[in-house]
Design a protein around this ligand. Structure first.
Ligand code: PMP
Ligand code: GLU
Length: 397
């Protein structure tokens, strides 16, 4: 008999990681799968960052770091926030963790009491809902479809707020849609939130540097809500460092202190070597970030063009991140060889097994009519993957 706790038994497995695992298993069996499921840059970590990590090993950065991270790294992050975002923070407002994922979870666990409501605009990243469940909070999902470029309006936000609302989790640029809230749109959301001082705003800005519109805008810039914003960011996406596991938050001092206490009991400070690498990333030449952004933009244009030619796909033009999120419900109710497609998860599995392209069904992102393709891969892979998707979907009648 399984003795697993109710808390963990009720959690869903991360669908992005699960689809990637399935794709790797098929690859290990010799099947030529193109993996557009998990979202991570395909580039190698830039050399000057790797050199800093090697130096950290030689310089014996082998001891526990302070729980929120080395002061030098937190100072480098404060400098980045000031020069890139025009935001002033002090090092005691920064907490570094094992990836931005842990920072979001730290923030949720530090502020949400059982029964508290957390507003999550959807489509949303897979882990938010599960993190709120872990804290025994209640998710209030606000849906925005492709016709509104997947963005929540201020009126939708206001309608979702109740006396029990404790927090909202925003993500711009968005995973999975690539949509970006403009400065004016953020200002209108901030104007609503300013009326409800009990709401903490968790702003996930991990895709800050993968932006095809121009300058990144943070909701923390608005003074009327500034003292309630928790910015989440990290080096995974901007510097191609997903495996190094280094993220951070910039938060009001009381939230930073709570997250430090929490982290001090269950994981301690993140890897000392990764911290020194991240410090080099923030203080070093930023050309690598721009080079990767340009490559992602070229790939965005390519996948939008090819996916738009696929019958039954309704395609948005992502403005940032590296995901395409077409609406695909045209295929629900169709079948091939007795296999019926009723959900986007069915469609993702059909594309994997029949077309050898791995992607993720939209239900995992609270958007069951859509499907997600990560285009953080080579142009050749994108072309071949879209050719396979088109051919495979054409079998469904
Ligand atoms: N937030 C979003 C929206 C993401 O897509 C990711 C990527 N996994 C993360 C947070 C976490 O990033 P990491 O833990 O690798 O820093
Ligand atoms: N953010 C990536 C994704 O959505 C990584 C996987 C994950 O951490 O869930 O695919």
């Amino acid at each position: 008999m399984s003795q697993i706790s109710v808390r963990i038994a009720s959690l869903a497995e991360s669908e992005t990681l699960a689809m990637s695992q399935k794709s790797n298993e098929l690859k290990a069996q010799g099947v030529n799968v193109i993996n557009l499921s998990v979202g991570e840059p395909d580039f190698f970590t830039p050399d000057h960052i790797k050199a800093a990590a090697k130096k950290a090993i030689d310089d014996n950065f082998s001891f526990y770091s302070p729980v929120p991270g080395y002061l030098s790294l937190r100072q480098a992050i404060c400098k980045k926030l000031e020069t890139e975002n025009g935001l002033k923070y002090s090092p005691d407002q920064i907490v570094c963790s094992n990836g931005a994922k842990q920072d979001v979870c730290n923030a949720v666990l530090s502020i949400v009491n059982p029964g508290d409501e957390v507003i999550i605009p959807a489509p949303c990243w897979v882990s938010y809902v599960e993190m709120v469940k872990l804290a025994e909070g209640k998710c209030v999902i606000v849906r925005a479809g492709i016709e509104q470029n997947f963005k929540m309006t201020p009126a939708q936000l206001e309608a979702a707020i109740t006396p029990k609302t404790k927090a909202i989790i925003l993500c711009s640029p968005s995973n999975p849609t690539g949509s970006i809230y403009s400065k004016a749109e953020l200002e209108s959301l901030a104007a609503v939130l300013a009326k409800y001082p009990q709401i903490i705003i968790i702003s996930d800005e991990i895709y800050e540097h993968i932006n095809y519109l121009g300058k990144h805008e943070s909701i923390a810039q608005f003074e009327n809500i500034r003292e309630r914003v928790v910015i989440i960011n990290g080096v995974s996406k901007a510097y191609a460092m997903t495996g190094w596991r280094l993220g951070w938050m910039a938060a009001p001092k009381w939230i930073a202190a709570a997250c430090t206490k929490l982290q001090g009991q269950y994981s301690s400070g993140p890897s000392s070597i990764s911290q020194k690498a991240a410090e080099a990333a923030y203080l070093g030449d930023q050309q690598c970030v721009e080079d990767m952004r340009l490559a992602f933009q070229r790939r965005r244009d390519l996948i939008v063009k090819l996916a738009s030619e696929i019958e039954g796909f309704k395609v948005n033009k992502p403005e940032g991140a590296f995901y395409l999120f077409p609406q695909c419900n045209y295929y629900f109710g169709k079948s091939y060889n007795g296999r019926e497609i009723n959900t986007s998860a069915d469609l993702a599995m059909f594309l994997l097994e029949e077309g050898h392209v791995a992607c993720v069904g939209g239900l995992a992102f609270e958007a069951p009519d859509c499907i997600r393709f990560s285009y953080a891969t080579s142009d050749e892979n994108i072309v071949e993957a879209m050719r396979r998707v088109k051919e495979t979907l054409s079998k469904l009648k």
